[in-house]
Structure formats: C-alpha cells, structure tokens
Design a protein around this ligand. Structure first.
Ligand code: TGC
Ligand code: FAD
Length: 404
C-alpha cells in the first residue's frame, strides 16, 4: 500500500536567507551549549530541509528520510537522559531546538515533538525499565517511529470521554476503538495508546505495528501541516500483552502530563515560524520598490514590522522564563498553556501581517508565509485548542472550572 511518504524529492537550489532576530538580547540569557545546539540545528535545517520543504508540502508528502537526520542532531527528547536515547540537555535546549525546526516548518517540529515528547517521554516517565531499554534507544536513534493516540473522532477537547477500551484477557488486554488525527500513525512502528479499562480508569499501552487487528489508515485532504503525515488508529480486538502496558500511571494525568511536555515545546517552536515570517517580510520591505521607494519606508509597513518584532520579543521572553521555570521543575501546566496559546496566536497573526507585506507574492511558494500560516492553523488547534488553553488560564486565575 502506498502512502504520502513514499516519494523522494530532490533538493532545489533556492538559498535559505534566514537570519536570526534577537531585539532584546535574549541570546545572552542562553548558555554556550544552548547556542551550539541551536546553530547545529539551524545549519542542518538550511542544508537538508529548506531546499525540499516547499515541494514536500506542495505534494503533501512526508519527508520520512529526515527522521534519521533529526535523530543525529538530537531533536528527539533533547531533555531526556542520554541513557534512554535522549539528549541529556535541559529544557531550554529542548526549546531552542524546537524553535529552529519550526522556523523551517511546523510539520518538521511535529515529527520531533511526537517522537520525543509524546512517545519517548511517556515510555521513560511511566514505563518499566524493560520497556525503556526495549524501545527508547531505537526511538532516539530514529530506527523506530512512534505516534501518540489520545484524540478520538468524538472526543477531541474532552479526552476523558474516550470510548477506546480494553478488556482483561489473562496475560493480555483486548483493545477496541479508534483514534483520529494521529501524527505519524501510518508510518509508525509503535503507538502509545490511551484507553479505558473496565473500571473506567485510563491506561497507556504500547501497540506495535503488525499486531493482529491494528491498522493506521492515512487521513488525506489536509491544507495544513502538509509535510507531516496524519492518520487514524483502528483497533479491532487487538490482543496487547500486559507487558506492553505502561505500569506507572493511571488516569488522564498520564496523557496530559505528556501534553505538558509537548505544549512547552510548541510555545518555543511557534516563535520560530513567527521569526521566519518576520525575517522574510523585513527583507521584502527593504527590497520591494513601489512609488519609487522601498515599501519599508512607508509608515504603515513600519507599523506592521515594529509590532511584529515587539510581539516576537515578548514571546521570546515568555518562553525563556518558562524554560527557566521548567529547568527548576516549577513550570505549571497552566503556565505552559498560557505560553502555548499566546505564542501560537502571535505567530499566526504575524504570518497574516507578513503575507500582506509580501503583497501578491505572499500567496506563492516563493516565500514560506502561506505554508507557515496554514500550518499554524493546526498548531492553534492541536495539543489543546486556543480556547481550551484560555479556559485553563481562566480556571487557574478564578478557581472556577468551566469544563464541568
Ligand atoms: P481534569 O479533571 O482537569 O484533569 C485530570 C487529571 O489530569 C491532571 N492534569 C494534568 N496533569 C499534567 N499535565 C497537565 N497539563 C494536566 N492537566 C490536568 C489533573 O490534575 C487531574 O489529575 P488527578 O490526579 O486529579 O486525576 O481533566 P478534564 O477531563 O476536566 O480535562 C481538562 C482539559 C479540558 C483541560 C483537558 O482534557 C485538555 O487539556 N483537553 C485538551 C485535549 C488535548 O490537548 N489533546 C491533545 C491531543 S495530542 C495532540 O494534539 C498531539 S499533536 C502532536 C504534534 O503533531 O505535534
Ligand atoms: P473539538 O474538541 O470538537 O473542538 C471544536 C471547537 O469547539 C474548538 O474550537 C474548541 O475550542 C471548541 N470547544 C470544545 N470544547 C469547548 C469548551 N468546553 N468551551 C469552549 N469551546 C470548546 N491528537 C492526538 O491524540 N495525537 C496526535 O498526534 C494528533 N495530531 C494531530 C495532527 C493534526 C494535523 C491535527 C489537526 C490534530 C491532531 N491531533 C492529535 C488532534 C488534536 O489534538 C485535536 O484536533 C484537538 O485536541 C481538538 O479536538 P477536535 O478537533 O475534536 O475539536
């Protein structure tokens, strides 16, 4: 069976002219290691991904061959221990790496987010030592691809209502149900799946490709995150050995704990998309002549650019502070929600403004703007929608729960 990851696309000769923007000297808050990690990812992205990303996105193909390169640059679980296939770095290193990936494409960052934060992290955090040693080194090296199944066709924002369930069958569980919108599912070797036990408690299982009754059809027709492959997970009486159950967590806090990790990465990542749009718009405003002068000389263009860099700077500071809190183990889920929501929305607004500055050219694939803008529509929705994160903040500040 073919899927949208099969094609290999050759590199274009277009140069990635991106330059970093750091208006408030936030780089001075980073360590030498953070900057080295960031530069290494930026160089790899410029060499290996920028020359192919437009074409993969246009053809709605996933550049599966990049999993190996992502592993080599340490993009999978940068803040997980080295022993378990991670990068052994801190949370800020994880953040800057996600930012460089999303500077290129949100789908590229998604490949890394899912593998590191939604597959390796739960196996590391909730798994047995045997499970850790069996799966994590292979996931960290890109030999295995993983996916994370929480969302269902009828339960997106409200995962606690999930219908996917397991029934005890001695040394195994019988798994039934389906998951929807699962990044990487059609190409995954394993899936971390959240399902309800007979007593109504949610547990995590590692479901392996090839298990009888398990399939992962691709979802087609996305106008967003086109270079990332998305699918379903379908379970029809799948016999999952009990040794594949994650033993150290029960309840919704299991998957939500993984989401905290991934949302944190998105809070940093989205700034990358914003920076790329700003960078392109700034250069265009200096080069594009109308009425006999560069459009950057018009006050209305300057207003757009000045507001963009102001919002980017605020987001950079928010992410950096969140990273410091995370390094101290003090970043709360609600603080992570605030940063994810603010920074993704900021990036989407900047993509829209940047599109205007590029005029008609802004809708073409000569520039990365429309691709970022379309991608960010997904980023605004996945890992908790814009409004769900607002309600999480609302609950945190008022003490009233709007969900119940
Ligand atoms: P609620 O009763 O509030 O909480 C249940 C238990 O979970 C704990 N908890 C968390 N733990 C860790 N991190 C968090 N962020 C947590 N949020 C809550 C909570 O303390 C409680 O623990 P305990 O011990 O008392 O049991 O749960 P609720 O059912 O009322 O739901 C709350 C709500 C709506 C905020 C939550 O369900 C939610 O966040 N919904 C959004 C769903 C979502 O984000 N789905 C994402 C799917 S994965 C995805 O999109 C991947 S995209 C990947 C990519 O390509 O990058
Ligand atoms: P719904 O929950 O139906 O929401 C629809 C609208 O209603 C939204 O605007 C929402 O904010 C609003 N709404 C819902 N409840 C409330 C409320 N209480 N108050 C106010 N407004 C409300 N999931 C995974 O598990 N794994 C993945 O790898 C994954 N990858 C994804 C990749 C892509 C490309 C996409 C698009 C999604 C992915 N998702 C994944 C799913 C994603 O997390 C969900 O789409 C998201 O959580 C929202 O769920 P939903 O689409 O069912 O929308």
């Amino acid at each position: 069976m073919s899927h949208s990851s099969d094609t290999v696309i050759t590199k274009s000769d277009k140069t990635d002219r991106y330059q970093h923007h750091d208006y408030y000297g936030v780089d001075q808050l980073l360590s030498e290691d953070h900057l080295l990690a960031r530069d290494a990812v930026r160089d790899w992205v410029k060499q290996e991904v920028s020359p192919i990303i437009e074409e993969y996105a246009e053809q709605a193909k996933c550049p599966v061959h990049l999993f190996k390169g992502l592993a080599d640059i340490g993009a999978f679980g940068p803040s997980l221990p080295l022993k378990y296939g991670g990068g052994g770095m801190d949370e800020i290193a994880y953040g800057v790496i996600m930012q460089e990936l999303e500077r290129c494409d949100s789908g590229l960052r998604s490949m890394a987010s899912v593998q590191g934060s939604l597959v390796m992290y739960p196996i590391y955090k909730y798994g047995s030592e045997e499970q850790r040693m069996k799966y994590l080194p292979k996931l960290g090296s890109g030999e295995y691809i993983g996916c994370f199944g929480l969302t269902e066709p009828d339960h997106g924002s409200n995962p606690s209502g999930m219908l996917t369930n397991v029934v005890d069958d001695g040394d195994a569980y019988i798994l039934n149900g389906s998951k929807m919108w699962i990044t990487n599912s059609p190409i995954a070797d394993l899936a971390v799946v959240w399902a309800k036990r007979e007593d109504g408690r949610i547990i995590g299982l590692i479901v392996e490709k090839g298990m009888k009754g398990f399939s992962a059809p691709e979802i087609h027709g996305k106008w967003s995150l086109r270079a990332s492959i998305t699918g379903e997970l379908v379970f029809e009486d799948v016999r999952v050995p009990k040794e594949n159950v994650l033993p150290n967590v029960e309840g919704l806090k299991g998957p939500l704990g993984c989401l905290s990790k991934a949302r944190y990465g998105i809070a940093w990542g989205a700034i990358g998309a914003a920076l790329d749009c700003y960078d392109s718009a700034l250069r265009y405003s200096q080069e594009r002549i109308q009425f006999g002068k560069p459009i950057g000389q018009f006050q209305l263009t300057q207003k757009k650019l000045a507001e963009m860099i102001t919002e980017i700077t605020k987001a950079q500071l928010l992410a950096w502070r969140l990273g410091s809190l995370a390094n101290d183990g003090k970043a709360t889920p609600a603080q992570i929600s605030m940063a994810k929501r603010n920074n993704v929305h900021m990036a989407l607004e900047i993509a829209r403004e940047a599109r205007q500055i590029h005029g008609g050219m802004g809708i073409t694939n000569e520039y990365p703007i429309m691709r970022h803008m379309m991608n960010l529509e997904t980023v605004l929705t996945y890992e908790g929608t814009h409004d769900i994160h607002l309600l999480i903040t609302g609950m945190d500040v008022t003490g009233f729960n709007a969900f119940k």
